[in-house]
Design a protein around this ligand. Structure first.
Ligand code: HEM
Length: 87
C-alpha cells in the first residue's frame, strides 16, 4: 500500500486540523488510480490523544540534533485507553 511520506514537505505543509481530521474521521485518497483508505479512530481516541498524535507525526523526519533542542511532546508515544464514549 502506498502511503503518504510523513517526512515530506507536502505533508509538513498540511494544517494540524487536516491531520487531526484524518486521524479521527478517517481519510480516503486516490493514489495513482487506487483508492486508499484509513479508518476513523474517533471511537478509540479522545480529541486530546489525536492532538498528541498530530504532534507526534510532526516529529517524523526531524533531524535528531534539531529534535534534541525541541521540547518533547509529553506522552505523544504513550496512548492511554480512551474513556468509554458517552452517547
Ligand atoms: C494511530 C495511528 C495512525 C495515525 C496517527 C495516522 C495518521 C494519519 C494521518 C495524519 C493521515 C493524513 C495524511 C495526509 O493528510 O496526507 C493518514 C492517512 C492515511 N492513513 Fe493513517 N494513521 C494511523 C493509522 C493507520 C492505519 C492502521 C492505516 C492502515 C491500515 C492507515 C492508513 C492510512 C491511509 C491509507 C491514509 C491515506 C493515504 C495517504 O495519505 O497516503 N493509517 N494517517
Amino acid at each position: 500500500m502506498k502511503l503518504t511520506d510523513m517526512t515530506s514537505a507536502a505533508f509538513k505543509a498540511k494544517k494540524d486540523a487536516e491531520l487531526k481530521d484524518a486521524i479521527l474521521n478517517g481519510i480516503k485518497v486516490d493514489r495513482g488510480g487506487t483508492t486508499v483508505v484509513m479508518s476513523p479512530y474517533k471511537d478509540e481516541l479522545t480529541p486530546e490523544q489525536a492532538d498528541a498524535l498530530v504532534a507526534y507525526v510532526r516529529t517524523f523526519g526531524v533531524k535528531k540534533a534539531k529534535k534534541a533542542k525541541k521540547k518533547r511532546v509529553p506522552d505523544a508515544g504513550v496512548i492511554a485507553p480512551a474513556p468509554t464514549p458517552v452517547r
